[in-house]
Write a protein that binds this ligand. Structure first.
Ligand code: GLN
Length: 187
């Protein structure tokens, strides 16, 4: 299994230890050609508006849109914003792979960033978005304050938190993403 990590900006390299622990191969995606041989794509945390500008610069928007329409993708925080159907605060382009509305930077200035856990695993919310609405086809894997924070729809997965920043590898979220990739290969 070969997993690509979109490497325009943001928390890219912390994923490698998790992917290696799962026995996956991995590489960085910076150009359309880098998408050719990967089975799944991680859209990392960072700054979604900055990533969008770089996608335009590198002509990556259409190739990435095609990829997430056909193959497994996992969006983390900024990446989750990129995979949403609707983005508010402010509105911006997104790929629409998951039927959800996200509000950027929704935890407010006091709580911009904080550590937490999901099912006992340490994770971090870093200027995270809130998922305000999900469609009927979206499966919710974890919530916080009644809002989904880990969701799936078909071959796409999103977490509003970072699961890659702890030394405890592999995270349950990386594990789940490899399961989605395996399932997708069978169907
Ligand atoms: N605030 C960022 C955005 O709106 C997301 C932060 C993150 O990815 N940790 O894109």
């Amino acid at each position: 299994m070969h997993i690509g990590v979109l490497a325009l900006q943001g928390a890219v390299t912390p994923h490698y230890a998790h992917l290696a622990a799962l026995g996956a191969e991995f590489s960085e995606v910076r150009a359309a050609a880098d998408l050719a041989n990967i089975d799944g794509l991680i859209l990392p945390g960072g700054e979604s508006s900055a990533m969008l500008r770089m996608m335009d610069y590198y002509d990556l928007k259409n190739p990435l849109g095609e990829f997430v329409g056909q193959k497994p993708s996992w969006g983390i925080c900024a990446g989750a914003i990129l995979l949403a159907r609707e983005v508010v605060s402010p509105p911006q382009f997104s790929f629409g792979a998951i039927d959800m509305r996200v509000r950027r930077n929704a935890y407010g200035s006091q709580l911009d960033s904080f550590n937490d856990e999901v099912n006992g695993y340490p994770i971090a919310f870093i200027r995270a978005p809130v998922i305000e609405r999900v469609g009927a086809d979206v499966k919710i894997l974890a919530t916080k304050n009644d809002h989904p924070i880990w969701v799936e729809q078909g071959r796409a997965m999103a977490t509003t938190f970072h699961a890659e920043l702890t030394p405890d590898v592999p995270s349950p979220m990386h594990q789940r993403f490899t399961e989605i990739i395996r399932t997708h290969h069978k169907t």
